[in-house]
Design a protein around this ligand. Structure first.
Ligand code: MF3
Ligand code: CO
Ligand code: CO
Length: 274
């Protein structure tokens, strides 16, 4: 695997090499990450039974544009919305639409905004009304799994360390880790090298270096890890129709550890947000 300083190449292209970013990149990612996080803070007040997922997406569009940014997902590979909203058994890439939220629904809202070319990619789980205990438990374990994975990150640690921390915690709760989607390098490119798997063995995979920027975004299923794609070409659902949950942060590797670019500025890290 090759590592290259981000400034020595046209950094809006994905070359397959892993980009190592400097202070400018980190500053850009802080702005983009904070905007996306603020958008997820904002939307929490509107997630309730009766609202449609399209209404939520419209609010996200308005917020991101009013903040002087644009949603990266609009026109991304033919996608037409400002967010992905994934309900209950939807694993990821749920398309906003006329579906009304019902009491007890759990949903992931995933937003990527672009500021000065930098992409801040983050998602959180939300709960409409009063969910069954098993749904709340899945959401809590998924958040904790992501944070345990992120806590592994520092120069010299590996992608396998992150994957193992996530997988071992999820499986200890009898949940499973989705294999078909992974975290990714991000920066001026939305989806870049390397892939960040959410399962693995300690010490396996690629070693982190200072300056790497990527997402950690585990999808955890209450049942088995199998996923199937719906006919719309986007919506991924659990094969066994079990509930699925996901959180996502964009992070950067520092000299001694990790920086979260997409942390909530208002303490709205996980539900309940009230
Ligand atoms: N934000 C998603 C991710 O975490 C990607 C969404 S691409 C879309 O990587 F086209 F489905 F919106
Ligand atoms: Co992502
Ligand atoms: Co995302």
């Amino acid at each position: 695997m090759t590592y290259v300083p981000a400034t020595t190449l046209n950094d809006s292209r994905s070359s397959g090499a892993i980009k190592l970013h400097g202070p400018q990149g980190f500053a850009g990612m802080r702005k983009a990450g904070q905007l996306s996080a603020a958008c997820l803070d904002m939307i929490a007040d509107y997630v309730k039974p009766g609202v449609t997922t399209q209404e939520l997406d419209d609010r996200i569009y308005d917020f991101v544009l009013a903040s002087g940014s644009i949603p990266a997902t609009i026109f991304y590979r033919g996608y037409r919305h400002s967010s992905c909203i994934s309900l209950n058994e939807v694993v990821c890439h749920g398309i906003p639409g006329e579906r009304e939220l019902k009491d007890g629904d759990i949903l992931n809202i995933d937003v990527t905004s672009i500021v000065d070319g930098w992409h801040g990619d983050t998602s959180r789980m939300y709960i409409a009304g009063d969910p069954p205990l098993k749904a709340r438990r899945l959401v809590d374990v998924t958040y904790e799994a992501m944070m345990r994975g992120i806590a592994q990150i520092k120069p010299g640690a590996t992608t396998g360390d992150v994957g193992h921390a996530i997988q071992s915690f999820a499986e200890a709760h009898s949940y499973s880790v989705v294999r078909d989607f992974c975290g990714h390098g991000v920066g001026k490119v939305f989806h870049d090298a390397p892939n960040i798997l959410h399962y693995g063995r300690p010490g396996a995979g690629l070693a982190f270096k200072e300056g790497m920027i990527f997402t950690v975004e585990p999808m955890i299923n209450a049942g088995k890890f199998g996923v199937k794609l719906k006919n719309d070409g986007w919506t991924a659902v659990t094969k066994d129709r079990s509930l699925s949950a996901q959180f996502e942060h964009t992070v950067g590797v520092t000299a001694t550890g990790v920086e979260l670019f997409t942390a909530s500025g208002t303490g709205r890290h996980k539900p309940p947000y009230a």
